[in-house]
Structure formats: structure tokens, C-alpha cells
Design a protein around this ligand. Sequence first.
Ligand SMILES: Cc1cc2nc3c(=O)[nH]c(=O)nc-3n(C[C@H](O)[C@H](O)[C@H](O)COP(=O)(O)OP(=O)(O)OC[C@H]3O[C@@H](n4cnc5c(N)ncnc54)[C@H](O)[C@@H]3O)c2cc1C
Ligand code: FES
Length: 250
Amino acid sequence: MIIKEYTEILESTIAGTYLTLRLNAPKIAASALPGQFVNIRTGDGFDPLLRRPFGVYDRSGDTISVMVLLRGRGTRALAEKNAGDTISVLGPLGNPFPAPHPGKPPLLIAGGVGAAPFLYFARGLSKPKMILGARDRLLLPPLESFMSACELMISTDDGSKGSRGTVIDVLKQFDLSAHTVYACGPKGMFAALSEYFSAQPVSPLAYFSLETYMGCGFGACKGCSVPAPDGGLKLCCTDGPTFLWSEVML
Ligand SMILES: Cc1cc2nc3c(=O)[nH]c(=O)nc-3n(C[C@H](O)[C@H](O)[C@H](O)COP(=O)(O)OP(=O)(O)OC[C@H]3O[C@@H](n4cnc5c(N)ncnc54)[C@H](O)[C@@H]3O)c2cc1C
Ligand code: FES
């Protein structure tokens, strides 16, 4: 069931270009699962008109958190809110992450803010390995929570934190056939992963959690469609946001 809840901001923390909001959202928190997202009215009134989607970053008791990369009008409007303010949140939306295949431990791959949905997921797993990449150290999300929940391997394109190179360079150490892979990040990362997966002798069991532009968040506007290899379209909000890597064309 999709719930619209007027939630109080309990904490608002800005670190570099990242904002973390902890919201009192008892109804949504009661049913939100890892991999699902919420659609937030970011400004006051109807400006911006469209809500903005954010993965459930964490959940504890009656609260949920979101981690937001400050990009444009909507996210900057959110950054201007203070603890005690109320925001309208719709959720939980989309499908949860599929469970890891038995005998194939999860391997998480995140590009920048793509790490956001993995914290809550990782808390329910036993310290999964996570490869986290960004162009440089300033674009990495706050690391503390991830370090406690995951075995973190960091890469930056310029080598300013972790190993120099992309997530693919780190991924090359792994036997993909031994893992259930989950990836979330920018389009370029998905394109590089698709190319790498296509070159494997056996197609890996890998999921992509997509970030598209969205309108409604629940299947009504068709604004989030993604092309599929069979010529059809998938809706990121209701068919996803997580898809088998071979189910979508990016
Ligand atoms: C299912 C889902 C989960 C998401 N989870 C998170 C999350 O946990 N944390 C987070 O920070 N963001 C997440 N996003 C992306 C987030 O919704 C956008 O960053 C946000 O809508 C940007 O709003 P804005 O008004 O600040 O930017 P706008 O003013 O709309 O755009 C500013 C700039 O960002 C680019 N942009 C905007 N939206 C996207 C997008 N979806 N993908 C790529 N580029 C975009 C635009 O092209 C433009 O250059 C998620 C998106 C989806 C669909
Ligand atoms: S966002 Fe409206 S159909 Fe997906």
C-alpha cells in the first residue's frame, strides 16, 4: 500500500554535496523494505511541481532516512529545510531488492550517491562487500555508516581516495559467477558494467537499481520508462527500480 505521510524532519545534516535527512515517518517506516524508494515534495507548495524520488537509505523504529546528492532545484530546496519542518512523503514505492541467491554472497557496487539504497540493505546482510567509486574523493558520500555495515573497497578515478581507477578495475578481482551482484550509480557506470558482464563466459546474476527521471512514482504517468532489449518498455517505478542487468538497455 502506498502511503502519503506528512513527516517531521528530525535531523538534517549536510556534508559536502550530500544531505542526510532523518524523518519521523511511522507509517512508511513500518513497511519500507531495502531497495524501495519514497517520492518527496521538496519545496513549499507546488514548486517544484514534481516530487523527487530517493531510495530508503536507512530505517530505524518510526524513522526513515534519505541521503541526497545536492544537484538542482528540488534537492537544494530540501537542503534549506530545518529540523522541525514538515515534508510530504509518498511511499514506500517500487520493489525491494531481490534476496541474494543461496550460496552466492552479495557483492554491492555503487557509484557516488548510488550507495544510498545499499546501507539499509547491507544492515540485513552479514557485512557484504561493497565497491564504492567516484570521480574524486569529494564526490564520495559520507563513509562512516557504510564502513560499519559493509566491507568497503573504494576507488576514485583520480586516486584521491582508495585505489586509482573505476569500480570495474576493482570488480576484476572477483569471480562474478560466485556472487549475486547489485549495482546502483550513474548511467556511465551501468554502461561499463553491461559491457563487462557481456564479455563474461557466463552471464552473471546481477541487478541494476536505476535512477531515472520520474513523475508520479506509481505507474500512472509513464514518465520513467526504460527501453528493454525486446523492444518494449519497463517502468522504473513499478517494474523496478531494480532489474536484472540484461532486462534493460541503458
Ligand atoms: C528510484 C530512484 C531512487 C533515487 N534515489 C536517490 C537517492 O537516494 N539519493 C539521491 O540523491 N538521488 C536519488 N535519485 C535521483 C534523484 O531523484 C534526483 O537526483 C533528483 O530528482 C534531482 O532533483 P533536483 O531537482 O535537485 O535536480 P534537477 O534540477 O531536476 O536536475 C539537476 C541536474 O541533475 C540531473 N538529474 C536530475 N535527476 C536525475 C536523475 N534521476 N538521474 C540522473 N541525473 C539527474 C539533471 O539532468 C540536471 O543536470 C533517485 C532516483 C530514482 C528514480
Ligand atoms: S514515474 Fe509515473 S509511471 Fe513511473
